[in-house]
Design a protein around this ligand. Structure first.
Ligand code: M6R
Length: 618
């Protein structure tokens, strides 16, 4: 949520900031702003709306200077407006701050600052930071050691409760950006032409591949010729050596590379994601996930699995539950992290908690991880972002190899999660002695083949587009399925509603007659996951019941299904795979279906309203 950029060096800062902000726009896009230093004075420009609007304003007025900070916002405190957009400044306008996270105690700080005569001009929690630094700066400057801004920021952090990534500039220290973070990501990129600050490496990739990922509690002082890092130790600051990580991603991750939108590009990357996620996992006839850091004996002792996640990642968990229970015969519960963290789940030292998060930043999932660890569980993370909080806080981690996902609607990382969780289910089945090595090899081979099958689906989308056209003007839609198909239905409905704003619900098909069937009238779209499975006949019965009441049926069915056309108005055919792998092939047409409907309804598929890619607030 919210994207931060900063630059100090030899280039025109506003160019760097605007380019960085447009790469970070997926993190929030209701308003944006920059602050640039020039000739000892600060120029702040903020606009509501997208970065493109900010760019027009900056180009119109000009913003010279070689040091600055910028922000693209996803509103939490205060509606999107110019006053609430970052950067926020001190009363005298000499200090500017951009913030990502939540300052939980901002109300009391704000009251105290107002009593002291500070002029707070926004409704945000973030603005107090600029005024606290303004208070601390004269005291810090008295030490006269050249580090006044670092000291003032560090004193300010002592007053803050909550989470933050911060970048701060001050006219008294031109060319210096001070950054700090707690529970919200921030990286500093080091290049020949200066230092770059960003919430995400994608914003700095065109300048440098060498980045310092700040650790929680670290403060970095960035100057054109390098950075110095320190940690707070009580009231003192202890210097720490910045640890540089080399990022070998291609810059293409941040570009559409000829696709009309990131969502379509990312959908098309899925065969590669499947292959990369599986690469090197089968050694001989057994599956290896060394990152689990559990011995075969420890794995064998696991007697309960919890999968905790939110949104699409939760749906990946629902799919995995079927595999873990079916193959490894271990009871597995899947729970949304925001519920798990406030319950008192039964956790013992032989419980494995699997936290699934594309971004690795989701606040509820992180809180659930911490809670599970306190209760003694072994916690394993599945995430797409190297060095993310989920990766750091879990006992072990699998990376989903999706590479950066920019579109807010999760597609390729979902498939990466499903494949990773499938591997986990195989490892557990192996450890429990529930499968022969021949069976494991056979399943792995079929799983690997799904990459090619997804390519086949992507090669011919005519039936998907036709079904989408039929649903474009609907007011609502129902997705139904059973077993694996129910989990796929939940994900299909989420994808459709989040990008097309068409109301969609999903149900286990057997539940229809217990209520939802009352919704059905003439032409009501029902999207049925009717793939080859042990419950195929039951799904067909359920869709017939809906059709008898006037529903327009869109069936996702296997290529060799000759009967389905008699029961459906539109059939989207997918290759036949065993039931365990059907979510991989059945989800792809639903992603394309949602995108087609959204485009036909004139929606922005990459940046849907009200959403942001990383949900770092509760
Ligand atoms: O980064 P995470 O996987 O933890 O995010 C969880 C959800 O916020 C996310 O899956 C959300 O539902 C997506 N917009 C779905 O497309």
């Amino acid at each position: 949520m919210c994207g931060i950029v900063g630059y100090t060096g030899t280039r025109q800062a506003s160019d760097v900031l605007l380019t960085g902000l447009s790469r970070l726009e997926y993190r929030g896009y209701d308003s944006a702003g920059i602050a640039v230093q020039h000739d000892g004075a600060m120029q702040v420009i903020c606009r509501t709306g997208r970065v493109a609007e900010l760019r027009s304003s900056v180009e119109a007025v000009g913003a010279p200077g070689r040091c600055g900070i910028g922000h693209t916002r996803w509103a939490t405190h205060g509606r999107p407006s110019e006053a609430n957009a970052h950067p926020h400044t001190s009363c005298d306008g000499r200090i500017a701050v951009v913030h990502n996270g939540i300052i939980e105690n901002f109300a009391e700080i704000r009251e105290r600052l107002a009593d002291q005569g500070h002029d707070l001009r926004s409704q945000t929690d973030s603005e107090v930071v600029a005024h606290l630094i303004e208070e601390a700066y004269p005291r810090a400057a008295a030490a006269d050691d050249g580090d006044a801004l670092v000291r003032a920021v560090s004193e300010t952090l002592g007053h803050l409760a909550g989470s933050y990534a911060l970048a701060v500039i001050c006219d008294d220290e031109p060319g210096t950006i001070v950054c700090a973070r707690k529970d919200s990501p921030l990286v500093v990129g080091l290049a020949k032409d200066g230092a770059y600050v960003a919430s995400d490496v994608v914003a700095v990739l065109d300048a440098t591949r060498d980045v310092v990922m700040l650790a929680d509690g670290q403060i970095a002082c960035c100057r054109p010729d390098g950075i110095a890092c320190c940690m707070m130790q009580g009231d003192a600051l202890a210097a720490v050596e910045p640890r540089t990580t080399h990022i070998d991603w291609d810059l293409d991750v941040a570009e559409k590379t000829g696709y009309p939108d990131f969502m379509l590009k990312e959908i098309h990357e899925q065969p590669r994601v499947i292959r990369d996620t599986l690469a090197g996992r089968l050694v001989g006839n057994s599956i290896h996930i060394d990152e689990l850091e559990l011995t075969a004996e420890e794995l064998n002792l696991i007697d309960r699995v919890y999968i905790i996640a939110c949104g699409t990642s939760y749906h990946a968990g629902l799919i995995a539950k079927n595999l873990i229970e079916g193959w490894a015969r271990i009871p597995c519960e899947v729970e949304v992290a925001s519920e798990f963290r406030y319950r008192d789940p039964i956790i013992t030292p032989t419980t494995l908690v699997v936290a699934v998060s594309q971004s690795g930043e989701t606040a509820d999932t992180l809180a659930a991880i911490r809670d599970a660890r306190v209760k003694g569980a072994r916690v394993f993370g599945i995430t797409n972002v190297i060095g993310s909080p989920v990766a750091r806080e879990a006992d072990g981690v699998i990376y989903t190899k999706a590479n950066k996902e920019i579109a807010v609607a999760s597609t390729k990382s979902f498939l990466g999660q499903v494949v990773s969780l499938t591997l986990l289910a195989l490892v557990l089945a192996q450890a429990k002695g529930k499968m022969t090595s021949g069976h494991i090899r056979q399943l792995y081979t079929e799983l690997a083949n799904t990459a090619e099958l997804v390519e086949q689906i992507l090669a011919d989308t005519e039936a998907i587009d036709e079904a989408a056209r039929a649903c474009t003007d609907a007011a609502s839609a129902l997705f139904i399925g059973r077993g694996m198909g129910a989990a796929v239905a939940h994900e299909g409905a989420l994808k459709l509603k989040e990008i097309s704003y068409l109301h969609a619900e999903s149900y286990a098909a057997g539940e229809m007659k217990h209520g939802p069937i009352a919704l059905i009238d003439e032409g009501f779209p029902v999207i049925a996951i009717a793939t080859h499975s042990p419950v195929y006949d039951k799904v067909v019965s359920n869709l017939q019941e809906a059709r008898a009441r006037g529903a327009m049926i869109v069936a996702i069915a296997t290529q060799d299904d000759e009967d389905i056309s008699a029961h459906a108005d539109h059939v989207i055919r997918i290759p036949k795979v065993r039931d365990a792998f059907s979510p991989i092939v059945a989800s792809v047409p639903l992603q394309l279906f949602a995108r087609s409907v959204a485009l036909a309804r004139g929606c922005d598929v990459d940046q849907p309203r009200n959403l942001a890619k990383s949900v770092t607030v509760e």
